[in-house]
Design a protein around this ligand. Structure first.
Ligand SMILES: [Zn+2]
Length: 240
């Protein structure tokens, strides 16, 4: 989903980062077995023929802004020098515009997650357009920027959603790591699911709104600290 764009990030990888995985791949291939070759290919899923992807991770937070949880998320991101992309719901932006402004002012990206979180696949063309455009307008009021990315609620995408997004000039951005924090599985489970699954270029879905997000907030310090210690940097998704 983001592989093309993420590839462009590889130019910022240090030579050491860029070459280490290739060396590993070469070593495995030298063993000369089919199994070893398959393992090497699995180790480089994004672009086996090119340099390894940079150690970048894209943290994303959905369903906000929340006057209670979003400021806690912002404080933790600031503490670890991390940036993130927030897919906000238009009606929440309307209710808590100052929170959206703070997200933007602290260097994060505010993007479109629809007005009221419907399954966009079931909407008429005009309802689809108003879900997206009304949210755009509220975000633009608070940030001065019109979102270029749309994350359809539930990740529910079909041909109609794709063509609607294209009609409105939106890039659809989903995710690759989903710890299901919205279901409140516990702080430790959220930490483990994220940390076990993140690989370079991962897009991590978490939630700062839509309910009690105290477990997500509690999991964030270990997630940020551990990924940082593994050499990851936290980048914004390539949205305007
Ligand atoms: Zn959502």
């Amino acid at each position: 989903m983001t592989s093309t764009r993420v590839t462009s990030v590889t130019s910022v990888a240090s030579p050491r980062e860029a070459h280490r995985p290739r060396g590993r791949r070469a070593a495995r291939l030298a063993i000369g077995t089919l199994v070893a070759a398959a393992t090497a290919v699995v180790a480089l899923p994004a672009a086996p023929a090119q340099a390894a992807p940079a150690k970048v991770v894209y943290l994303t937070f959905d369903d906000g802004p929340s006057p209670r949880y979003t400021p806690q998320v912002l404080a933790l991101l600031a503490q670890y020098g991390a940036r993130a992309t927030f897919f906000e719901i238009g009606q929440n932006v309307a209710a808590y515009p100052e929170v959206t402004r703070r997200v933007h002012d602290q260097g994060h990206s505010v993007q479109n997650h629809s007005w009221s979180h419907p399954d966009l696949r079931s909407l008429s063309k005009s309802s689809f357009d108003s879900q997206v455009s009304a949210t755009d307008a509220r975000i633009r009021e608070r940030t001065g920027t019109t979102p270029s990315c749309l994350r359809p609620p539930y990740g529910a995408v079909n041909t109609a959603v794709r063509s609607g997004a294209a009609r409105l000039g939106k890039t659809i951005q989903l995710w690759s790591v989903d710890p299901q924090d919205w279901a409140r599985p516990g702080r430790a489970a959220i930490e483990r699911r994220v940390l076990d699954r993140v690989t370079p270029g991962a897009v991590v879905l978490m939630h700062d709104g839509g309910g009690d997000r105290s477990q997500t907030v509690a999991a964030l310090p270990a997630i940020l600290r551990t990924l940082k210690s593994r050499g990851y940097t936290f980048a914004l998704l390539p949205c305007r």
